[in-house]
Design a protein around this ligand. Structure first.
Ligand SMILES: Cc1ncc(COP(=O)(O)O)c(C=O)c1O
Length: 374
């Protein structure tokens, strides 16, 4: 078997495409855009993505955890940043000192933030998440009344926004959309009945920003669309919205082997050659984020054509059946992105979603930032 040491794989991240997508989202939504850069910018690199998004006019940045917000500030990312998944043990003091907006849905956390703000002689910038039907985080529907009644009595707090998150925005006709919209309006009305007037209201993720004008309110929070990936569900074609894919993952053929009829391939011999063929070894595996279920259904792109992944995907490598096609060690293959399948289409091969694919890419895959026009 001819083997050479190859560069294992590279995720090329096109920052010009991030800028393009933010501009499209701003133009489409017609309201301020919060670019979601949690989970290391959906695996693309939070700091470079945040800076590119800001350059293109993103008004806000959003992350799940405070540590993710601190990473942005520690790398000199300016402007408003909202962190929305807080718990009692978080460093609220540092968040105040680093000018991070915090989302709360618990009075006890609110009180802690209020005391810290009081000591600093400031008002903390706070957003309230209300649960309108996702049954995840946020003030529960039954607690709206009590929560806002108590909220108004807590000092040193500036109510920046009331917001919620949708469950089925990628299914435009799903009845949950109308139900959540109604509950959101109810939350705003309850807050107003206590004299609370948020500066902003926001409900839309990427899917809603793209197709539900009535959910855009005063800001949209766009994650997956920032990265040019389709939200999925009923919205499976990002290019329909003029969004451009940002990440392209390429690898190289690390070894080539000729097989005869009956030769087994990889663990458990889940595939054996039914005719003489050539397989190529691709030197990344499930530890790098290549989904193991691609074993039977996945493919890669080589010179513009799809070739099937055969045999079990291993931790560090997998095999491709090139049939009669002559291939050589060192030649490039595309997993997904420019020149190959889109991230969404690649993930769909195993009923996964583009979100999973990009956020799971391991740190053994080098990120290379390119700024070219696609
Ligand atoms: C609260 C919140 N808002 C917005 C988003 C962005 O969603 P999407 O990537 O579908 O745009 C997320 C992502 O999960 C989220 O958790």
């Amino acid at each position: 078997m001819a083997t050479v040491r190859t560069k294992r794989a590279t995720a090329k991240v096109n920052l010009a495409a991030i800028e393009h997508n933010i501009k499209i989202l701003k133009a489409t939504a017609g309201v301020p855009v919060l670019a979601v850069v949690k989970a290391d910018g959906y695996g693309h690199g939070a700091v470079p993505v945040a800076l590119a998004a800001k350059t293109a006019g993103a008004d806000w940045l959003g992350v799940a955890f405070l540590d993710e917000a601190f990473e942005l500030r520690n790398n000199n990312v300016p402007g408003p940043i909202l962190a929305w998944l807080l718990d009692e043990s978080d460093n609220f003091a540092e968040a105040l000192d680093q000018d991070i907006d915090m989302s709360v849905s618990s009075i006890s956390i609110l009180q802690k933030i209020s005391s810290l703000a009081k000591v600093r002689g400031m008002n903390a910038r706070v957003h309230v998440e209300v649960d309108t039907g996702l049954s995840r985080a946020g003030v529960a529907l039954d607690d709206f009344e009590n929560f806002f009644a108590e909220f108004k009595n807590v000092s040193n707090i500036e109510l920046i926004s009331i917001w919620s998150h949708l469950a089925c925005a990628d299914e435009p006709k799903h009845p949950a959309n109308a139900m959540q919209h109604k509950n959101f309006e109810h939350a705003l009305a309850v807050a107003a009945s206590h004299g609370l007037k948020p500066q902003m209201r926001h409900l839309a993720n990427s899917a809603a920003a793209l197709v539900h004008p009535e959910f855009r309110y005063d800001m949209v929070r766009c994650g997956i669309a920032t990265y040019g990936i389709a939200p999925g569900g009923g919205l499976s074609d990002a290019s329909k919205f003029k969004l451009k894919g940002v990440m392209t993952v390429v690898s190289q053929i690390a070894a080539v082997r000729k097989l005869k009829v009956g030769d087994g391939v990889s663990y458990s011999f889940k595939w054996t050659a039914s005719k003489p063929t050539t397989v190529g070894l691709i030197p990344i595996g499930y530890a790098d984020g290549v989904i193991r279920h691609l074993t039977k259904t996945g493919s890669i792109t080589y010179k513009g054509k799809q070739f099937p992944i055969v045999g079990t995907v291993c931790m560090d490598q997998f095999l491709v059946d090139f049939g009669d096609t002559e291939v050589s060690v060192g030649e490039e293959v595309i997993l997904f992105g420019d020149g190959g399948l889109s991230a969404h289409a690649w993930a769909q091969q195993v009923d996964a979603i583009g979100y999973e694919l990009v956020t799971r890419l391991g740190n053994r895959i080098e990120r290379e930032y390119v700024d070219g026009v696609q």
